[in-house]
Ligand binder design. Structure first.
Ligand code: SF4
Length: 86
């Protein structure tokens, strides 16, 4: 799996595409900086067992819903009924 970012963590509240606020420390974090050991993983397609990654960057196929279809790894799956952590 690729390196985790702060936007992979449930404790990060996004401000914009580059920054967020950590709900634990109340500090501003750069989305791309290293995450800490208190990361709580956001459900996303890329960490779902139904996601079949393709060779294209971040693109894949969802096999967990009624019909297989294209999706992308960074799609937030918080409300997806088919999401299962790998
Ligand atoms: S079941 Fe949901 S979370 Fe899993 S790959 Fe399909 S759309 Fe993404």
């Amino acid at each position: 799996m690729e390196k985790l970012k702060h936007n992979d963590c449930l404790n990060c509240s996004p401000i914009d595409a580059a920054k967020g606020i950590c709900r634990i420390t109340n500090e501003i974090v750069n989305i791309d900086s290293d995450v800490c050991n208190r990361l709580e993983l956001v459900p996303k397609c890329k960490n779902c067992e139904h996601f079949q990654e393709t060779k294209e960057d971040n693109l894949g196929i969802c096999t967990g819903l009624e019909k297989d279809d294209w999706t992308f790894g960074d799609l937030n799956a918080t409300t997806c009924k088919g999401h299962k952590f790998k």
